[in-house]
Design a protein around this ligand. Structure first.
Ligand SMILES: [Zn+2]
Length: 138
């Protein structure tokens, strides 16, 4: 893996083609000042094509959110220009304020300050349900 130009930070690898910009948006990477690269449609032996995001800064990376978006993603942790850790993600048991409950009768739609919390209820089928009203996440 080519991690050129990344000294201390992350290389987020094995992103499904086309998902890099979505991840950029969800993780709000636009707020960062550091060197950041998005590579779209890189050639991948395993996947055919993949997207990669390189971030040259040790930011707080929310692995739960990444795991929710796509548990197939690999996060390489880079220190002093070398990969020191490879994190394989999985679907998180719980996600907070990543998706919103769409049920108009859910308590979260009238109580604005409540966190939107979803629990994984069916790992095989990737089903998440609102902890308040049990609505399925779309
Ligand atoms: Zn709800």
């Amino acid at each position: 893996m080519n991690i050129d130009s990344i000294k201390n930070g992350y290389v987020i690898d094995h992103i499904k083609p086309g998902m890099a910009l979505e991840i950029y948006r969800i993780l709000d990477l636009g707020r960062l000042d550091c060197h950041l690269a998005i590579i779209k449609n890189a050639v991948s032996g395993k996947m055919g094509k993949k997207d990669i995001i390189k971030i040259d800064e040790m930011i707080e990376l929310d692995l739960n959110v990444l795991g929710y978006i796509d548990p197939g993603i690999t996060v390489n942790v880079v220190k002093n220009g070398e990969i020191v850790d490879k994190r394989h993600l999985e679907l998180p048991e719980k996600i907070t304020n990543v998706i919103k409950c769409k049920n108009p009768r859910c308590i979260t739609s009238c109580e604005q300050e409540l966190d939107h919390v979803f629990k994984l209820t069916d790992r095989e089928n990737r089903v998440y349900r609102c902890i308040y009203c049990e609505s399925k996440a779309k």
